[in-house]
Design a protein around this ligand. Structure first.
Ligand code: AMP
Ligand code: MN
Ligand code: MN
Ligand code: MN
Length: 291
């Protein structure tokens, strides 16, 4: 049976494996296809594609966007996005710059409580792309301020903690239209962390949502059952992935959750439909060509 992992981070966001290492590991785990889904950045896609061409593994270009809904953070995955599109890249740069500014706020807030982490250490970890609280968590552990990442989030970085700073977040509507505009298909990520209510999913489905990440390492069997039921009732594609952030520190390494390749076929079909829709839009308002 051919399988896929549709949620993986690389060193271009907060993963610890380079795109090449991700592909190598995926191949070792016997996966036929993987999606590169970094936070707010697509720079890991090309190196993964290049390396994968040598090994014969399929790469699905992706991205993970952070949104806000009812004061909660929810994540939306974009698959098969035209990652070379200039308009998309400009949008993602805005998110990355906002992340950088937020990092300085977090550093200041940590200093206020006499937690002094080495700025150079922090920025050397993220020289390739999107900086996230995960990098802070790693620095806090390495500098002895926290035993592990969980403690770093529980004591310093999490919502309501002394060094918490909100991220620039868009609305789910904006995320969907951004993904669809560049030919991609949208999937709600880890619904258990937010966005998993049926009415909300129905609303997103009406805005063109393709799928739901029902298969996720942190979903209990009961939660998985519930999301599979929502997927059936709302005619959403079931996807899944490990949300792997790399090697040793990752709770869910690449290959620890595998979805049937059918999920990939289903995303491809949805992508064709999205491309057709975009063609119709372009025919009717040619000025909308943003690339
Ligand atoms: P950010 O996008 O900068 O807010 O960083 C959040 C990232 O930290 C997520 O993408 C996860 O990879 C990681 N993370 C690990 N543990 C937690 C936690 N307890 N709460 C939030 N994020 C966490
Ligand atoms: Mn992450
Ligand atoms: Mn996420
Ligand atoms: Mn993720």
């Amino acid at each position: 049976m051919k399988t896929a992992d549709l949620h993986i981070h690389t060193t271009f966001s907060d993963g610890t494996y380079t795109p090449e290492e991700v592909v190598k590991e995926a191949s070792r785990q016997g996966l036929s296809a993987i999606a590169i889904t970094d936070h707010d950045i697509t720079d890991g896609i090309l190196p993964a594609l290049k390396y994968a061409a040598k090994i014969g593994i399929e790469i699905i270009p992706g991205v993970e966007l952070s949104c806000e809904y009812n004061s909660k953070e929810i994540h939306v995955m974009g698959y098969y996005i035209n990652w070379e599109n200039k308009w998309l890249q400009h949008k993602l740069e805005v998110f990355q710059k906002a992340r950088e500014r937020r990092a300085y706020h977090i550093l200041n807030k940590l200093r206020d409580i006499r937690v002094d982490i080495d700025e150079q250490m922090l920025f050397s970890m993220t020289s390739m792309g999107s900086i996230s609280r995960m990098h802070f968590a790693r620095c806090l552990v390495q500098s002895g301020y926290a035993k592990n990442h969980k403690e770093a989030f529980d004591r310093f970085l999490g919502d309501g903690c002394p060094a918490f700073v909100r991220k620039l977040r868009i609305t789910p509507e904006e995320a969907l239209s951004m993904i669809h505009r560049v030919g991609g298909v949208s999937v709600i990520a880890h619904p258990v962390f937010g966005g998993g209510h049926k009415n909300f999913l129905k609303k997103l489905k009406n805005m063109g949502l393709t799928g739901i990440e029902a298969l996720y390492p942190h979903h209990s069997p009961a939660q998985t059952k519930k999301y599979l039921k929502f997927a059936r009732e709302l005619d959403l594609t079931v996807t899944g992935g490990t949300d792997s952030h790399g090697g040793s520190e990752s709770e869910s390494p690449i290959g620890s959750l595998k979805v049937d390749i059918e999920a990939v076929e289903s995303l491809k079909k949805a992508r064709k439909i999205q491309e057709e829709k975009n063609k119709v839009i372009l025919e009717h308002c040619p000025g909308k060509d943003e690339s």
